[in-house]
Design a protein around this ligand. Sequence first.
Ligand SMILES: [Mg+2]
Length: 282
Amino acid sequence: MTQGTSGSRPGPYRAIICDLDGVVYRGGMACPGAVEGLTAARAAGIRVLYLTNNAGHRPEEVEERLRGLGLPVASGEVITSSMVAAAHVATLTPPREDAVTLAVGGPGVRLCLERAGVRTVSPADLSDGDGPPVWAVVQGYGAQLTVSDLNEAAYAIHDGALWVATNADSTLPTERGLAPGNGSMLAAVGHGTGRTPDLVVGKPERPAFQRCLEVLGLAPEEVLTIGDRLDTDIAGARAVGIPTALVLTGVHDRDDVEAAAPERCPDIIVDTIPDLGLVAGG
Ligand SMILES: [Mg+2]
């Protein structure tokens, strides 16, 4: 067993579902071994999807950030929670032909809905009170989100619209500390409407991981999830039967695993991604 590895060496796997913050980068810096490990895995034919709860940014912005670290990333290899929400809403039939979906959050929320073929409006489109009927609300994080945006979400939800949340993270780590995340914005709308979201799609919820499996066209056991958090990456992947690796470059450490409930424990713990031994001789 490689030094710094706990558990048996995994694989062989046909694909990796990789978390970003704490696995690929931390702040502006790449995590130790991440670029080398993921580049080698990809070169060896292991497909890599990057799964993030980030909803407000466009997928291309996330891809660009990864390329900036030196990672080879093709279009479509980043899956944001807005993409998962949009793929879900696109499978549903609106109750009437003129009904629209309200996108609340950063530009990524609306963009992903439109790309999925969903008829979408923004809160500003409804502000005169004379807009088309809203049958669904997709709510994700947006740094420029306003109270007016939350108001429009609340009006539609009051009127019975389906409420889909990209993710329910209560906090958002920033350079100055923890800021309120999308879960806190959901709580504001929930407090004002007496409702909770009908569906949350982001990690640790199942739709995020199920969407990755759909995109890959693979069975859970053919894929490895790599994450740094037991409560989101590991618990979420385990819930859909995907093998899991905890990498110790982010939030949780070996003591956290010792203290965790079994359903949050990874199959393997490694210091860095190359320690996974995914690539023969690597
Ligand atoms: Mg993370």
